[in-house]
Design a protein around this ligand. Structure first.
Ligand code: HEM
Length: 408
């Protein structure tokens, strides 16, 4: 029998560049959950209302993460692959908590926030000084967002300065969606080898970085972490923290330039940066949904879900739910209602969120103030958006400017 499931992803880019596709509104209003056909060929229930997304993500007893967050999108992450040693992001319950208990504090205590924040600010300033030495147009995604986020991840893992270029090149290749399988393997193996060496060193001589803190805290636990587990955690940070944050920064700047009055508000008052960061995250981040699998026969909004059924949770659709946010499709950096789901919710909620926020806030406080003449160097209609990826955003952000003002 022919499937009636709606194929994902719905086309959206030029129609609705800063929100979910228009069809989502209709799907959200329907009285039951909708069946969708995902790019990897699996069928799933699509969850789009804020309250329902909150419910599913918050209940790992009924909705397991073992299928992998992007198993509906990326063919190289099949949902039926066994969960192996160190695959923390696909674990539930106690197995997951063993990692989470040390991972979240390791990120937030690393080098202590009060030391880390000025470092993020000075990295932003240095990159803007670099722009001052150039003439536009440049691709801001490559010249600014990518180097900023890869530097911060390198700081978190405390990658020695001399190795950073190598590390960046490898990381870039690893997350380049246009790369072919052979080139991907050629990048992946040295990166894992590199991270493994780093882990072995840190287990022997701990510093203050995420891996050292996890290794030290893990040592005191009943089951200390193995080298493989820590290598996978380091790779997980890279995978989850590099492209997501770079995309949120570039996408956010694009949205602000498209809604110039919002950019001008930030030029005049950088203290709006924390609110602007939350609004950008609400409006834009969270990608193409997160995959879960039902562990028991259950129900969400009157729809019966059988054990083993896949569920795609669209945090982006939830962040545009009018039942939760007034005029949800409008970019309004003075909005006061927050509690968006861009970082997820529940046990797997993003453990790097305060680092991502720190980066976004530093950018939004400095860039409009120092480069108030920043503008797109190409018509908006020619901006290309990423397709078929787990993280949305522009492929390139061509910009130009008149002057870059000095840093603080
Ligand atoms: C704007 C930037 C970011 C966004 C929108 C974002 C979003 C998310 C979301 C939605 C999840 C939850 C996945 C799920 O429930 O299945 C997640 C998980 C994760 N994020 Fe982030 N993230 C960002 C930045 C970062 C950064 C900077 C780091 C590292 C420093 C990081 C590390 C992680 C890790 C390790 C996980 C896996 C957690 C787990 O499954 O245990 N993220 N992120």
């Amino acid at each position: 029998m022919e499937s009636k499931a709606i194929p994902l992803p719905l086309p959206r880019e030029q129609v609705c560049p800063f929100g979910p596709p228009p069809e989502i509104e209709e799907i959200r209003q329907s009285s039951s959950l909708t069946r969708v056909l995902c790019p990897t060929g699996i069928e799933a229930w699509l969850v789009t209302r804020y309250a329902d997304v909150h419910e599913v993500l918050g209940d790992s007893r009924r909705f397991s993460s073992r299928v992998g967050m992007a198993g509906h999108l990326l063919a190289n992450q099949p949902p039926d692959a066994p969960v192996e040693e160190g695959d923390f992001n696909r674990m539930d319950g106690e197995d997951y908590l063993r990692f989470r208990r040390v991972m979240a504090p390791a990120i937030s205590t690393v080098k202590r926030t009060e030391l880390f924040r000025p470092l993020v600010r000075s990295t932003v300033d240095e990159l803007l000084d670099g722009l001052a030495a150039e003439q536009g147009p440049v691709d801001l995604h490559q010249k600014f967002s990518n180097p900023l986020t890869s530097s911060i991840i390198a700081e978190l893992l405390d990658v020695p300065h001399g190795d950073r270029e190598l590390f960046r090149d490898l990381a870039k290749a690893l997350f380049d969606s246009t790369i072919d399988v052979e080139a991907l393997d050629a990048a992946r193996l040295p990166l894992f080898g590199y991270l493994h060496t780093l882990v072995v060193e840190r287990m022997r001589t701990p510093g203050e970085d995420v891996i050292s803190v996890m290794a030290a805290k893990g040592k005191a636990a009943e089951r200390p972490f193995t080298e493989l587990e820590l290598t996978k955690v380091a790779a997980g940070f890279l995978a989850a923290g590099f492209d997501t944050t770079a995309a949120a920064i570039s996408y956010g700047i694009l949205a602000l330039l498209r809604h110039r009055e919002q950019f001008s508000l930030l030029c005049d008052d950088p203290s709006l940066a924390p609110d602007a960061a939350e609004e950008i995250l609400r409006l834009l981040a969270a990608g193409s949904g997160m995959l879960r699998v039902a562990t028991v026969d259950t129900e969400v909004r009157g729809t019966r879900i059988a054990a083993g059924d896949f569920v795609v949770v669209s945090a982006q659709a939830a962040n545009h739910d009018p039942a939760r946010f007034t005029a949800p499709d409008r970019l309004d950096i003075t909005r006061t209602r927050r509690q968006h789901l861009a970082f997820g919710h529940g046990p797997h909620q993003c453990p790097g969120q305060h680092v991502a926020r720190m980066e976004l806030v530093a950018v939004l406080a400095a860039l409009p103030r120092r480069v108030p003449s920043l503008r797109l160097a190409e018509p908006f209609s020619e901006i290309e958006f990423k397709k078929d990826t787990a993280v949305f955003g522009p492929v390139r952000l061509p910009v130009t400017w008149d002057h870059v003002l000095p840093g603080s």
